[in-house]
Design a protein around this ligand. Structure first.
Ligand code: SF4
Ligand code: SF4
Length: 683
């Protein structure tokens, strides 16, 4: 699938490196669900600032590079101009910057620029080729942020063959040594291409020996920003074949990455509405790009001069608030797009985006043949992979896909889940993806902490939720599990520290948690449902819910009903609305009675359980009394205002549409006759 989906989060430096921080599982790419970002106010949250396109290296795949003495250097933003842009952006919301190039450290004022940007940001990312890191810069880079250092070969021979700059490998090694001496954590980006692909495994080993954090850089190489023919020939020569690209993407993502939610950039996925190819993208984006000359646009890949603004001629606020949204008009709706990528069946598995089409063909709407090949290969590989790494379940009428980096067997989950198994037919409503190593959290900005009480600390980052499972002792920094969900909690990536429990099998939860309620209860209101602490039974087609806290007698009532009803679950049910009204659905979260069922029945009555000396049923008419009895029985995961509002709305409808009763009962079993009498009267 993405959390992320979520290729939207790829950022590129001049090095053609993806600035998607690694954690063996492309954590960051699944971290920020920008597809949902429309729900956030339109403020410029993140900027990418290319400090220069000059670089002493001359990499074979580079799409931006200029010579160190290029005349364009004279047109680069001065420190004062950069400071103005950064301060103005900050004043209207920007809190994160990515510094890139070319090689940003080529600027003599790099330390001053970095210090200012870092001081004005809650998080920064820096892309560098590592050759110009000095001890002083290494000490500066101890400040918390993401530092990405490119590696093009495990030996000087290979590395320098890519950079066409003899001595660049030795300079990189020196820079790495300075970083390590200073204790500045960093991520090594292994950048694969034809010249170095035979050296790939050795590069990975070297990267891992330098830093616990490494990742694979861009696997698809973009053509030159300026359309330079010589450079394009070099880049085309370096492109890997589709199969290798897909393998590398899989290695990076812990599974087929470019599919489903994660496939295309959110901007592309949402593009091409009636307002033009970029209209939806521009409306949804909360980030922007500034080039070395003060040119601003909404994405670092945008190289069409018609889509860039001049920050030297306007304030940042004017550019962001007035001029940028109007750029949508520059690329109108396109029949060529509608006839090709806009209606392409492979689109969910394709990296295509109008910005890449422009780089390839100087035409925003054109398909890219190389990406078509990769999309076909991605789909083939994903289909193959899903056959062994995915299981579909069905609960409350919703399909829940579980995907894992390891194959899923019939023994992975407890046998009770077999009842809920379902054939795959179309996209799932909820997707949970399991990974078996924890991301390096120090390398990421987790966002704003919104909740902390063991076992969970929860952070909000744009439209994503990040859960850390923490120990009760606040001084213990251990994190036992990391989960990243999109806003609706319908796409989740779950990172466990070990694969041993998964391999051992017999798991009691699809999310590998003590209970799946945390996930399902969050997602359900979006589908018109609530998770209820109650038993559910189908008696002759009547769905009856028995609500009460632990020890209230839910299992007892279910036992007393015995074979006269069909048990849906004795401890947790889901109440969900469909076209015919509310239904009660069984869940796998049973209590004392292990009988569970994926079935459902129309909800005819809800009973509040009261153990007593008598057996009787009394209607509760007062809606306030009903609501105050029902609300404590609703399973509350992490409660946010929008979630609670939805739940309250549903609870109100349930109270309006379904009769509620007090059910007093003793343990004689006589209550069953009372219930049958009740049902007979209700018919
Ligand atoms: S290191 Fe290579 S890829 Fe990166 S900016 Fe320099 S020339 Fe381009
Ligand atoms: S580039 Fe090719 S595969 Fe991708 S969306 Fe366009 S036509 Fe489809």
């Amino acid at each position: 699938m993405p959390v992320g989906p979520f290729r939207a989060n790829l950022e590129m430096c001049g090095c053609g490196k993806q600035a998607r921080p690694q954690a063996e599982r492309a954590f960051m790419s699944r971290f920020v669900a920008r597809r949902m970002v429309e729900s956030l106010p339109r403020v410029p949250l993140r900027g990418t600032l290319d400090l220069t396109y000059r670089c002493a290296n001359d990499c074979r795949h580079c799409w931006l590079r200029l010579r160190p003495d290029a005349a364009e250097g004279a047109s680069e933003l001065s420190f004062d101009e950069i400071r103005r842009v950064v301060d103005e952006a900050r004043s209207i919301g920007c809190r994160e910057w990515a510094l890139s190039g070319g090689e940003p450290m080529l600027r003599p004022d790099f330390e001053a620029v970095f210090s200012h940007v870092e001081a004005k940001s809650s998080w920064y990312t820096l892309n560098t080729n590592g050759t110009m890191i000095t001890p002083a810069i290494a000490r500066l880079l101890r400040r918390k942020g993401t530092k990405l250092v490119a590696l093009y070969g495990s030996t000087a021979a290979v590395h320098d063959a890519v950079t066409r700059n003899p001595g660049s490998f030795a300079a990189l090694e020196r820079g790495i040594a300075y970083l390590r001496e200073a204790g500045a954590g960093f991520t090594v980006q292994v950048v694969p291409m034809r010249t170095n692909i035979a050296d790939y495994d050795a590069m990975v080993c070297l990267a891992a020996s330098w830093s616990p954090s490494w990742r694979v850089g861009a696997t698809w190489l973009y053509l030159s920003a300026t359309g330079d023919a010589r450079r394009n020939r070099d880049i085309l020569t370096e492109r890997l074949d589709p199969r290798r690209i897909v393998e590398l993407d899989e290695a990076q993502a812990g599974g087929p990455a470019a599919a489903g939610e994660d496939a295309a950039p959110a901007c592309a996925a949402a593009s091409a509405g009636p307002g033009g190819l970029y209209a939806a993208c521009l409306a949804g984006r909360r980030d922007f790009h500034v080039d070395p000359y003060g040119g601003m646009s909404f994405c670092s890949f945008v190289k069409d001069p018609a889509l860039r603004l001049d920050l030297r001629a306007m304030t940042f606020a004017e550019a962001w608030e007035e001029r940028l949204p109007r750029l949508a008009e520059a690329v109108p709706p396109s029949k060529a797009y509608d006839d090709a990528c806009g209606t392409c069946d492979l689109r969910p598995d394709c990296k295509w985006c109008p910005v890449f089409a422009y780089l390839e063909h100087r035409d925003h709407a054109a398909p890219i043949a190389g990406l078509c090949d990769i999309a076909r290969e991605t789909r083939r590989a994903r289909g193959e992979w899903l056959g062994t790494h995915r299981r579909r379940f069905r609960i409350a009428g919703l399909s829940v896909d579980v995907e894992a980096d390891l194959p899923i067997s019939d023994d992975t989950f407890e046998p009770k889940f077999d009842l809920f198994r379902s054939a795959v037919d179309g996209p799932a409503d909820i997707v949970l993806s399991h990974h078996f190593s924890l991301p390096d959290l120090d390398a990421f900005d987790l966002g704003r902490e919104v909740f902390r009480k063991a076992p969970w600390a929860v952070y909000r980052k744009d439209a994503s939720w990040v859960y850390l499972m923490i120990p009760p002792d606040p001084s213990d920094p251990t994190v036992h599990r990391v989960m990243v969900f999109d806003d609706r909690h319908t796409r989740g990536h779950i990172y466990s520290p070990s694969d041993a429990p998964f391999r051992a099998g017999g798991l009691d939860s699809l999310a590998l948690l003590p209970s799946d309620q945390l996930v399902l209860a969050r997602a359900l209101p979006g589908f018109g449902g609530v998770f209820v602490h109650a038993a559910g039974v189908d008696v002759g087609g009547h769905g009856l819910v028995f609500a009460g806290p632990s020890e209230a007698g839910k299992s007892t009532v279910v036992k007393l009903i015995g074979d006269r009803g069909r048990v849906l679950c004795d401890d947790r049910v889901i109440v969900r609305k469909d076209a015919g009204g509310f239904r009660v659905h069984g869940t796998w979260n049973h209590g004392e009675i292990r009988r569970v069922s994926p079935d459902s029945a129309p909800l005819r009555a809800v009973f509040f359980l009261r153990q007593a000396a008598a057996n009787r049923i009394d209607r509760v008419d007062d809606p306030k009394a009903v609501l105050s009895g029902l609300l404590p029985r609703l399973v509350r995961p992490l409660v946010s205002a929008d979630w609670w509002e939805r739940v309250l709305g549903l609870a109100g409808e349930i109270v309006r549409d379904v009769p509620f009763y007090d059910l007093s009962f003793d343990k004689s079993g006589a209550i069953v006759d009372v219930l049958e009498g009740f049902l007979a009267g209700a018919k």
